[in-house]
Design a protein around this ligand. Structure first.
Ligand SMILES: Cc1ncc(COP(=O)(O)O)c(C=O)c1O
Length: 398
């Protein structure tokens, strides 16, 4: 029908299409929940996956899929296979969607206790109600892990972080991948702390990678997103089905903000790593600091493993204040340049007290056994001038 013949009310409702433009320099935000078809036959072909195209943004959208492809290329750089990737609404959505895809009631997951507290809570409070149980262990003794797997035939997956949150323990990726393959179980790593710029787990034989893209991948603290990546395309359809039906898809706006962040990822990570190293050395020499967890320090127990599998040592560190929890709070409260915020990976330096925030809901004894003590402070070191950062810590520790 010609637009001239329709009434004003109808004209308001009809979507007006651009017909003149040349291709945009920057990725557009496709703010649309659905896509239109010229003919029914076309929609059937796209629904069946025989023809490329989009149907409904919960299933996929050009903005979301373009950003996912870019992260897949980053994670797969240097490997023969290009991994598959899906963007999700948050890091937690990436973790839960993947675990629900891979596991069934009666299965168990071998994991560490010193990982992101939300993941531990997901295991304890949600997945276990559906018959999927965590088995917690330390990941530094491979023989012990081997023994646990042999004695727990229900273990179908290994879920890990390296470096872990907030104590920065590292796991040898090649060794763990090799052991899992021997037992026919899958490996999943949360690569949030490293990003593919610092560590590419697929090159070491890990099967699945997840990210909280809310952190370093975005880098500016202005969107929530997650990523699920798989090395083997055989799992792609199953992950897509779970994501589509559980509905934890990303949205175009957050994907677009993430895309902006990705452009400076390498530059930002270099600056984070350089500042974290300098701050760790300074803190290590301070009389009021009893311990510094930073894998870049040569005497850190995991320095050798980190050197083997990471390009540099990252922007995260934690340290223990010589004193009580109250003394530790005082130091945190005195920091004025650094911001107290329950996130990490932004361009500015962020401080957190894990025992009373990210790991509050992890059992106190379990927490303590993994070094998450009441005097532990986690620092996500930003890209400010290092002299200003050191000056801030100096006045706070006085
Ligand atoms: C290492 C790690 N993984 C996963 C998550 C969860 O990510 P999101 O908050 O995007 O759901 C976080 C959040 O802090 C995290 O630190």
């Amino acid at each position: 029908m010609n637009n001239r013949n329709i009434n004003f009310t109808t004209f308001c409702v009809i979507e007006h299409k651009d017909t003149k433009t040349t291709p945009p320099h920057q990725l557009p935000i496709y703010a649309t929940s659905s896509f239109v078809f010229e003919e029914v036959e076309e929609s059937i072909e796209i629904f069946k996956g025989n023809k490329s195209g989009h149907v409904y943004s919960r299933y996929g959208n050009p903005t979301i899929d373009t950003v996912a492809e870019k992260i897949a290329a980053m994670e797969g750089k240097g490997s023969e296979e290009v991994p598959f990737a899906f963007l999700t609404s948050s890091g937690m959505s990436a973790i839960s969607t993947l675990l629900y895809t891979l596991l069934n009631a009666g299965d168990a997951v071998l994991t560490q206790a010193n990982i992101y507290g939300g993941t531990t809570e997901l295991f304890n409070k949600v997945l276990s109600r559906h018959g999927i149980h965590p088995v917690f262990a330390r990941f530094d003794q491979m023989e012990e892990l081997d023994h646990i797997i042999v004695n727990n035939p229900g273990i179908k997956a290994i879920y890990l972080e390296t470096p872990s949150n907030p104590t920065l323990d590292c796991v040898d990726l090649s060794e763990i991948a090799h052991m899992a393959q021997k037992h026919g179980i899958v490996t999943i790593i949360d690569n949030t702390f490293c990003t593919p710029y610092l560590q590419q787990p697929f090159l070491f034989g890990i099967d699945f990678v997840i990210h909280s893209a809310t952190k370093y991948l975005n880098g500016h603290g202005n969107s929530l997103a997650g990523v699920i990546l798989g090395r083997n395309n055989a799992h792609k359809a199953a992950v897509k089905t779970t994501l589509k039906l559980m509905g934890g898809t990303c949205n175009a706006w957050d994907a677009w903000l993430l895309n902006n962040g990705l452009k400076t990822l390498a530059l930002r990570m270099d600056a984070h790593c350089s500042n974290a190293m300098q701050l760790a050395v300074w803190l290590n020499a301070h009389p009021r600091v009893t311990k510094v967890n930073y894998i870049g320090l040569q005497d850190h127990p995991y320095h050798a493993i980190a050197s083997k599998q990471m390009r540099a040592f990252g922007g995260m560190l934690s340290f223990m204040v010589d004193g009580s929890m109250e003394d530790t709070f005082e130091v945190i409260n005195k920091l004025s340049l650094c911001t107290q915020a329950p996130t990490l990976g932004d361009v500015d330096t962020l401080i957190l007290h894990p025992a009373s925030s990210s790991h509050l809901n992890v059992d106190k004894d379990l927490r303590a056994s993994f070094g998450i003590t009441d005097n532990l402070v986690r620092v996500s070191v930003g890209i400010e001038d290092i002299n200003d950062l050191i000056a801030d810590f100096e006045q706070a520790l006085k």
